[in-house]
Design a protein around this ligand. Structure first.
Ligand code: DX5
Ligand code: ZN
Length: 226
């Protein structure tokens, strides 16, 4: 089975926001595929980050798809606004709203790709009934809230189970992994069936942003032939 080439979505949570324009240029030069934006409300997760103003600024800085990950209570309150600002992917946590299927449909109606994020303790049953409504599943390989955490090894088995679930359902949803993705962990996640990888520290903490992205992609190609 030919594999989708690995897609890298650097998380700007780890970027130097004082030099964002330059860092986005370096991301593009390094072959980044998406820009991952971690919106946190200090309520659903213990950290408070950014929202609409940063999405607006990033839309002006790059043509790359904006992959918005909402770690907020009641994410539905942001669907129309983020769509209008040019967000491309809108991913939320099922625990954060009452009517999950309704919000997935609303995200698609607003012209964005609809994604659900599964925390380490959230079972696959959270997505089983809404696979036709999903364009993306985000597997959290850390507990959400902060960059720079270590990859939780059990995420690899969960990726493989979700891969099987999506394949059996004939779904073409993106399978994205988020948290602690480095050259040491990306290979196993790619082999398990993920195709898109968020990387914050591994990219923005590296000596060279462009080189770090190339290294992450190369680690997937190596894993594919191993
Ligand atoms: C964590 C965020 C992740 C995080 C990734 O709650 O959803 O996107 O920024 O950062 P690293 O790659 O450093 O774990
Ligand atoms: Zn994220």
């Amino acid at each position: 089975m030919t594999r989708r080439p690995a897609r890298i979505a650097p998380s700007v949570l780890s970027a130097d926001l004082g030099h964002l324009a330059e860092q986005i240029k370096e991301l593009e030069a390094g072959g980044a595929d998406w820009v991952h934006i971690d919106v946190m409300d200090g309520n659903f997760v213990p950290n408070l980050t950014f929202g609409a103003p940063l999405i607006k600024a990033l839309r002006k800085l790059t043509e790359l798809p904006l992959d918005v990950h909402l770690m907020v209570q009641r994410p539905e309150q942001y669907i129309a606004e983020y769509a209008a600002l040019g967000a491309n992917v809108f991913t939320f946590h099922p625990e954060a709203t009452i009517h999950v299927q309704r919000q997935l449909a609303a995200i698609r109606d607003a012209g964005m790709q609809a994604g659900l994020a599964l925390n380490p303790a959230t079972p696959l049953s959270a997505i089983e009934e809404v696979i036709p409504d999903l364009d993306l599943v985000l597997v959290m390989s850390v507990s959400p809230g902060f960059g720079g955490q270590s990859y939780i090894p059990s995420a690899t088995g969960k990726i493989a189970r979700i891969r099987r679930l999506l394949d059996e359902a004939g779904s073409s949803a993106v399978l994205e992994v988020d948290g602690g993705v480095t050259v040491k962990t990306i290979g196993a996640a790619y082999r398990a069936g993920a195709d898109t990888f968020v990387a914050g520290t591994a990219v923005f903490g590296a000596a060279r942003i462009d080189g770090a992205i190339r290294l992450l992609k190369a680690s997937c190609s190596d894993a594919a032939i191993a």
